[in-house]
Design a protein around this ligand. Sequence first.
Ligand code: SAM
Length: 200
Amino acid sequence: MMEETDWEQCYIDGDTPWDQGSPSPVLVHYLDAQMLTGNVIAPGCGSGHDVAEIARRSDTVSVLGMDISSTAVSLANSRLAAFENATCEHGDLFDPGSHHAGQYDWVWEHTCFCAIDPTRRSNYVDAVHRLLKPDGKLLAVFYLEPKQREDGVAGPPFGCSIDELDALFEGRFMIEESRVPEVAYPGREGRELLRVLRRR
Ligand SMILES: C[S@@+](CC[C@H](N)C(=O)[O-])C[C@H]1O[C@@H](n2cnc3c(N)ncnc32)[C@H](O)[C@@H]1O
């Protein structure tokens, strides 16, 4: 295993270069075409921009952000105070508590998969599978080719290939959509993959 990132310390130090101060453009574009309904969970939601965006679009959706950093959770809950259909809780995607099992129609993935140690990727697939209802969907923006870190450390973020994603999710999920998104944060153009994966 590599040295674990101390996510809480990153938030305390304000060392959060991943936080673009706005929701994922891919999410915004997706929601322009299709509403999410039902229960949505966003693991590794950070300061909650995406959770707020999902909640803002519809009151037929209930969104839960989850993050392992309590400072991130506080930031997210400040942002979400205006929404009755969204909140954020402190939790570990890999051990969220049995009351979350099979509860969600959608999992929103954005920069959580690329943040975790690559040796835990099959645990990530298990965790997302456990959260979803049968036929629930993982709506994911996978950061395939992150920019090199300025400090020269390998990651996070950790890249991945489409072949690796295919192998990881095969058998547990059906691919419903897969494409390079039309929009991106500046600097991430062509580096991401949008996938909608239906839980078997
Ligand atoms: C690269 S940041 C991305 C945050 C947010 N998605 C964004 O784009 O601003 C990764 C996030 O995942 C959280 N995280 C890391 N491991 C986690 C775990 N096991 N369970 C829940 N959250 C986790 C970190 O605290 C951090 O907020």
